[in-house]
Design a protein around this ligand. Structure first.
Ligand SMILES: [Zn+2]
Length: 228
């Protein structure tokens, strides 16, 4: 079930099961950031809040972010994410976006920031004028999936460090899972946790997650599911 909440005059979050996507409006057009886990009709949620021309950008192509992509012919995405998108059954034409590109909704520029690690083509979007960062799964207070084929803890940590360096450009972070918003001060905590995990300095707990054997590292502010 799609649960629509207005965050500001021209910004909405739509929560669907354990993930959320966003609808942002500018003066010329609107955009969906991701398209839900279970909802091929996610676009109908967006249509309830905007009648502007509607585009879509994906923070990454894990299955819980692309269910409603089929309603679009074209989607903005990092070209590095294409293999993940196709593996997960994603269709349509990818409009490649990379570091520093601007998607302008009309008086509302969104800056693309490459943040590989969670997936090879993960991106964040900086809503420059509103000082909000849309972080996908990379920055969040939930347990971040870092097991399986496309994950890379080293590049994940580098991406977090890059976001930390530019954190004077945003006041709030809107992630795809768990609490929303979170504050930028979660970023150094995630870096510390991820570095502890990488160095084997913290105790995890083996468990079964949807049929995958994983190790869960739980910190006070967030956590990681990693390869055993
Ligand atoms: Zn996700």
């Amino acid at each position: 079930m799609m649960d629509i909440m207005q965050l500001s005059e021209d910004t909405y979050r739509i929560d669907d099961d354990r993930v959320r996507f966003f609808v942002l409006e500018g003066t010329d057009k609107a955009i969906m950031i991701d398209s839900s886990m279970n909802n091929p009709n996610a676009i109908e949620g967006a249509r309830k809040v905007t009648d502007k021309p509607l585009e879509i950008v994906n923070t990454h192509a894990d299955r819980d972010h692309i269910a409603g992509n089929g309603a679009f012919e074209k989607m903005y995405m990092s070209p590095a994410e294409q293999p993940v998108y196709r593996e997960n059954g994603g269709k349509g034409i990818i409009i490649p976006v990379k570091e520093g590109d601007i998607i302008d909704l009309g008086n509302r520029p969104l800056e693309v920031i490459d943040i590989p690690g969670h997936t090879p083509g993960s991106i964040a979007l900086l809503d420059i004028n509103n000082r909000v960062l849309y972080s996908g799964d990379t920055v969040q207070s939930g347990i971040i999936f870092m097991f399986g084929k496309h994950r890379n803890m080293d590049t994940f940590i580098e991406s977090l460090k890059k976001l930390e360096k530019m954190s004077d450009r945003f006041d709030l972070i809107y992630p795809s899972h768990d609490r929303c918003p979170v504050k930028p001060d979660i970023i150094p905590k995630l870096i510390e946790g991820a570095e502890q995990v990488r160095a084997g300095k913290t105790e995890g707990r083996e468990m079964d997650l949807f049929g995958n054997k994983v190790v869960m590292y739980r910190f006070e502010y967030a956590g990681f599911f990693c390869e055993p």
